[in-house]
Write a protein that binds this ligand. Structure first.
Ligand code: FCB
Length: 461
């Protein structure tokens, strides 16, 4: 099938070539794009309600007042989106299963049309030579579980998640190149239950840390259940925003250490070292989570890959007023500072401190205030961001980090959670009124870059 909307020719003078400075990545290194169910799928009638449907319907929660009933209408347009991936030449596609599409109430009956949709998607990807990497939970909890048991506040939710995971593994596992339990459990717990910025919108620190423990427990239970059902590589996807002390003062260093504990070590330590970080437990005091005997052993299941999502660093200044982040390379449309050195540093630090299995950069990308003008989106800033971060990955690998793939966030502009449709992360522009897709200049760059990598592989034999 031809591309539905022919990509514009490279604009005169614009360079879409691969950056000269980059070395060839090893053969087998996967270049991909990523999405998530709630952000692109739409087809609300074809699934159960999720906590994001409920959140969107609550006035004041999503900045542009939008919803996810249609989003990118991907369920009806997945063939078009697959054509875009083929055009890009990606090796791999990371997507998520919508739990409420497969099991509308989060327990009980399975939903056959949901399984049929993902069956077709996976088979079409495989037929196109694109490796499917899936995530079980990218934040769209069935609303029924929120209503019935307070969502992840309940330990029972972890057991139900393991049942769901086992069924997905049984049905799809052997066709998947990777299956991750959670996407960014820090966001689920902290933004969902502590700050209230994300669904379900609670504001309770003690609840949030109990949730984080239940998420980790659910990961361990799911891994155990899936191992008996599939030989697919299994893992988890964590987000990291490496903290930097603005000044070498004791106060800034302490703030940076705690920030690191609350985000990276709170998840990495139990997964790989068998304990929660002592300094964070002390900081939490009575808000520390309740554990049961054996929980940490369950959480520490061996994994086949570790997904690493990286966008920016966290700048910590305890002065009043705080010192602003330097922003030498600028800030994205989210206000996030571009700081690729933090990615190199992060990958080396994770390697040294945790000896993880092969890492996948499961998300990296940039929001930009894109404009479609005469059929073209000039997003040179995004191309620059992507080049610098791919280079940062290459630098970490040259120093020994074991990285097996890189997924750009995102294939398409999509629903950016509490920002609604106002923030655009896609390589491909989406006109939400017409659902027309237009590859941006950055998509042309990524395509040329992947082709160049493939040519180098070919030349190396
Ligand atoms: C990550 C999320 C992803 C997307 C990007 C911008 O935290 O995993 O869904 O929203 O941020």
């Amino acid at each position: 099938m031809p591309l539905p909307h022919t990509p514009p020719p490279a604009a005169a003078g614009a360079s879409h070539g691969a950056p000269a400075s980059l070395p060839g990545f090893p053969p087998g290194f996967a270049w991909g794009v990523a999405t998530a169910a709630a952000q692109i799928e739409g087809d609300a009638a074809g699934r159960g309600r999720s906590i994001w449907d409920h959140f969107c319907a609550t006035p004041g929660k999503v900045k542009d007042g939008s919803h996810i009933d249609i989003a990118c209408d991907h369920v009806n347009r997945h063939a078009v989106d697959l054509q875009l991936m083929r055009w890009l030449g990606v090796d791999a596609y990371r997507f998520s299963f919508a739990w409420p599409r497969l099991q509308p109430l989060g327990r009980g009956a399975w939903h056959a049309p949901g399984f049929a949709f993902y069956d077709r998607l996976i088979d079409d990807l495989l037929a196109a030579g694109i490796a499917p990497h899936a995530t079980l939970y990218h934040w769209d909890l069935p609303q029924a579980l929120q209503d019935d048991m307070g969502g992840w506040q309940s330990r029972d939710c972890a057991a139900l998640f393991a049942d769901y995971a086992a069924e997905v593994a049984r049905r799809f596992g052997d066709r998947l190149a990777g299956l991750a339990t959670h996407n960014e459990p820090w966001c689920t717990a902290t933004l969902g239950y502590q700050t209230g910025q994300f669904a379900p919108g609670l504001r309770n620190r003690r609840a949030a840390f109990q949730v984080s423990h239940h998420l980790l427990l659910s990961h361990g239970l799911a891994l155990q259940a899936m191992r008996t059902a599939t030989r697919a590589p299994l893992g988890i996807v964590l987000n990291h925003t490496p903290p930097w002390a603005a000044e070498p003062s004791e106060a800034d260093r302490r703030a940076a250490r705690l920030a690191d504990g609350l985000s990276t070590r709170w998840y990495m330590d139990p997964l790989f070292l068998g304990h929660y970080p002592a300094d964070v437990l002390e900081h939490l005091g009575a808000d520390a989570p309740q554990l049961q005997a054996g929980d940490l052993a369950t959480i520490g299941q061996p994994m086949d890959f570790l997904g690493v999502n990286f966008y920016t660093r966290e700048w910590l200044s305890t002065r009043q007023p705080p010192l602003p982040a330097p922003g030498a390379l600028g800030f994205s449309d989210m206000g996030w500072e571009t700081h690729p050195q933090s990615l190199t540093r992060l990958l080396l630090r994770l390697s040294a401190a945790y000896q993880p299995p092969p890492m996948l950069i499961t998300e990296n990308g940039m929001a930009h205030a894109d404009q479609l003008l005469a059929g073209r989106v000039d997003d040179a800033a995004r191309t620059d961001y992507l080049q610098r971060h791919v280079d940062a990955v290459a630098q970490a690998m040259a120093q020994g980090a074991n990285v097996a793939g890189y997924f750009c966030w995102s294939l398409l502009d999509n629903f950016e959670w509490d920002s609604g449709y106002a923030k655009r992360f896609g390589l491909v522009h989406v006109d939400y009124a017409t659902q027309q897709r237009t590859p941006k200049d950055s998509a042309h760059w990524y395509r040329a870059f992947i082709a160049d990598q493939r040519a180098q592989r070919g030349a190396a034999g």
